[in-house]
Every structure is written in structure tokens, then in C-alpha cells.
Write a protein that binds this ligand. Structure first.
Ligand code: ASP
Length: 355
């Protein structure tokens, strides 16, 4: 792929590579009035302060910036490839990305960038940079300041994060919860990593500790043969069977009620059980934004344990579905995939691997 590279500023003691993928951040209205992405060159004209931040800045732009609703597996591989190729030359990376699927991309990159010890900060905007009241300028400038923040030569952040509307969140815990206010993102099950007010206050105890000896290894084998089954009262056997009997599907994220409950009707349990017997992996996550799956707490989830549905604990749907694609692509043994789904790989859930 041919990337466009633009140097914005050559002076400063930290260097940040901005990876521009598209999103509302840099959109303008097309002839029909709909918002479509445009090139980054025009973005710099809108934020002249980028040259005064005291940070060495370079931008690599996707050849054709995209609305993040169109993001797919190849785009994640491209982002990871750009980071891998430029890892030794930059202190940090800021990825400009549409908000709609930012939490999926941040989750996926946190799995793919194994051994990461530099900041990778996703940000974007709810309103295009050309709008007078846009949130784009603040989000970009503060994301860059956080990316460049360091102490005794080490970065303060050394993980994949989302920065949005004054909050720095762990990428694999973030979710887009609102589409019409600037406060679009939250990480209900994990503390905020930093809050930007007059000062940027870092929450050191929640940040991943920096490992100076870590070596980046990009794991880019992904498998898209996964799906999400979101249950609801009244769902039919026909609908559930349609999803669970698809021969191409290898992994299913089951979005259940409350703390992991499902209907206990025989036909439903049989559908799940048959899918598991045919080799599919089913991971139970909650439809609730906060809290966790506790299989067996209620009668309505006890059966799930018996038939081999895995508990996703406090993982988000975004982190769960990307984790399935990642593990199905990178691991060949089913046992190992199942085991890794139930504990934390990149800080996406509370349960740590057994020592
Ligand atoms: N549809 C846009 C996108 O995700 C929305 C945004 O950027 O806020 O690319």
C-alpha cells in the first residue's frame, strides 16, 4: 500500500508518528451534503499549533481515509504494520480514527502489538475539525501531549489507549456509549488512566507498568469467522439456530442478560450444546455495560457451565469479538484458545492467567 507521509515539525525531544485512518475528525461535506473523509494536509492548516507543541511530528495517512464503519481485518493489519515498521524511529504513536469502531480497533491492536512498551493512543472527534465547535483540536493536541509524556526517559503510557473528551482510557476496556455528546467513550469496568484538566493527571496505579526489556512482536494472523449472538426475550429457535449452525463460524460471543443469564428453555440449551459439540467456541459476555458474567449464580446460567460455554468475566463485547478473531487466527489448539479466552491477554478483563 502507498502511504502519504507528511513532516509537520522537526524539532523537539520526543517524536510522535500520527497515523491518519479517517473518521469524522477530518471529514467535509460532499456534494450531496453527506460527511466524507478528506486528506490530512488540510487538517494541519486547521491546527497550526501542531507546529508549536515542541514535539517532532510526522503523519502517515491511509491512501484513502475511511469512515471507521468500513474498518476491517486488513486495516488492523495495516495499522500494526505501520507501527512495526516505524517502531524504533518514534517514541509514540497517535492513531486518528473514526469513533464508531474505535473501541474495536483499540482492542484488536492491544492484542496484536505483543510486547508493546510505547504509547499507542487512538483519538478522533464527534465533529469535523472544520466546524467551529469541533472537539477535534482538543482531542488531537492532548492525545499528542499524553503520547509525548515521559519521566526519567521512559514513557508514562506504554499501552494501547483511547483518548477522548478529557479522558484517557485503556483501549481494550473502552466503549463508545454516546453518539451525540462529546463524552462519547467510557471504560465502565476499569479506572480512567488519566484525566486532562489544567494539568494531565495520570492514574499511575491503573496504567500498565513500563517494561524496558519488552520487545515488540506484531501478531497479525486474524480469523474473521466469528459472530455475536445477542439474545432478547422472545427470540425464536429459528433465529438462534440460523446463527449457531453456520458451518463457517468458529467462535460465537453470546451477549447474555445481567450477570450472564440466558433463557433455560430446552431448545436453547440444545442449540448451544450442539454448536459446542460441532467444535464452535462460545464466550458468554453481558449486555450490561458494567459488571461481569458469573455463570452459575442463577439457575438460568448454571446449565451454561455444564455444556461448556465459557465465561467472559467483565470483558466488553468489542474486546471479546476481537479477541476471538485474534486467538482463532494466532493459535491452532482449541484448548489453548479456550483457556486464553477466560483470562486477560492485554488488560481487557480482570482475571489474570494462573501462575
Ligand atoms: N462514522 C464516523 C466514523 O466512525 C463517526 C466518527 O468518526 O465519529 O468514521
Amino acid at each position: 500500500m502507498k502511504y502519504k507521509i507528511v513532516n509537520i515539525n522537526d524539532t523537539g525531544d520526543r517524536s510522535v508518528l500520527i497515523i491518519y485512518t479517517g473518521g469524522t475528525f477530518g471529514m467535509i461535506q460532499d456534494a450531496s451534503g453527506a460527511l466524507a473523509p478528506f486528506n490530512f494536509g488540510k487538517v494541519v492548516d486547521r491546527v497550526p499549533e501542531l507546529r508549536q507543541l515542541g514535539i517532532k511530528l510526522t503523519v502517515i495517512s491511509f491512501p484513502k481515509p475511511i469512515d471507521s464503519s468500513n474498518i476491517g481485518i486488513q486495516d488492523w493489519k495495516d495499522m500494526a504494520y505501520i507501527i512495526e515498521e516505524n517502531y524504533s524511529q518514534y517514541d509514540a504513536f497517535v492513531i486518528l480514527h473514526g469513533t464508531d469502531t474505535m473501541a474495536y480497533s483499540a482492542s484488536m491492536l492491544s492484542y496484536m502489538l505483543h510486547g508493546l512498551n510505547k504509547p499507542v493512543i487512538f483519538t478522533g472527534a464527534q465533529m469535523p475539525i472544520g466546524s467551529i465547535r469541533s472537539d477535534a483540536r482538543e482531542n488531537l493536541i492532548t492525545a499528542l501531549e499524553i503520547a509525548a509524556a515521559h519521566h526519567e526517559g521512559r514513557p508514562i503510557v506504554s499501552e494501547v489507549c483511547v483518548y477522548f473528551n478529557h479522558l484517557l482510557l485503556r483501549g481494550s476496556r473502552s466503549q463508545k456509549l454516546r453518539s451525540s455528546t462529546f463524552a462519547a467513550f467510557e471504560s465502565e469496568n476499569y479506572p480512567v488512566l488519566a484525566e486532562a484538566g489544567i494539568e494531565i493527571e495520570f492514574n499511575y496505579s491503573a496504567l500498565k507498568p513500563h517494561d524496558p526489556d519488552a520487545i515488540l512482536e506484531v501478531k497479525n494472523k486474524l480469523d474473521a469467522n466469528v459472530t455475536i449472538l445477542k439474545i432478547f426475550p422472545g427470540i425464536t429457535e429459528h433465529a438462534v439456530k440460523g446463527i449457531l449452525s453456520d458451518p463457517y463460524i468458529k467462535g460465537v460471543v453470546l451477549e447474555s442478560f445481567g450477570s450472564g443469564n440466558t433463557m433455560k428453555f430446552d431448545w436453547f440449551i440444545e442449540c448451544l450444546s450442539e454448536a459446542i459439540e460441532s467444535g464452535k467456541i462460545i464466550l458468554n459476555v453481558s449486555q450490561c455495560i458494567g459488571g461481569e458474567v458469573e455463570q452459575g449464580r442463577y439457575e438460568t446460567s448454571k446449565k451454561l457451565n455444564d455444556i461448556g460455554v465459557l465465561s467472559g468475566g467483565d470483558i466488553t463485547t468489542e474486546a471479546a469479538i476481537t479477541k476471538m478473531m485474534f486467538l482463532l487466527g494466532s493459535e491452532s489448539k482449541k484448548d489453548s484458545i479456550e483457556e486464553q479466552l477466560t483470562y486477560s491477554l492485554a488488560g481487557e478483563m480482570d482475571l489474570l492467567p494462573k501462575e
